[in-house]
Ligand binder design. Sequence first.
Ligand code: FES
Length: 128
Amino acid sequence: MKLTLLPENRVIEFDPAAMPFSEHGKKTSILDVCLNHGAHLEHACGGSCACTTCHVIVKSGDEHLSPMDDDEADRLDMAPGLTLHSRLGCQAVMSGDITVEIPNWNRNYVSEGGGSMNLGAAIPPPKV
Ligand code: FES
């Protein structure tokens, strides 16, 4: 499957069966895919549908995302810049190719390496 992130136009190709769960958001969600590939999407609540920092706008492939449940819809209502194609990256589970735009107000938090400004490294440090 393929996840394209705009405006960077970064394409992440992955095999969902071979991808480990990042422990953030739902398995194979947009956030899970991003964190597994070092593409940071802010996720202040850790992917538990309790914030809106993982808000993305789906540009193509809506039909390849899980249906929105009531929890996601209620949370999204609070997101700045809400559109008809808005989703929460931690809740929208991929089943095919999609392209999403990370809104510029969330992009300010984007950093390389998959870390979160609120939660630290996306991949937990090895246990000693
Ligand atoms: S990370 Fe908080 S709602 Fe998605």
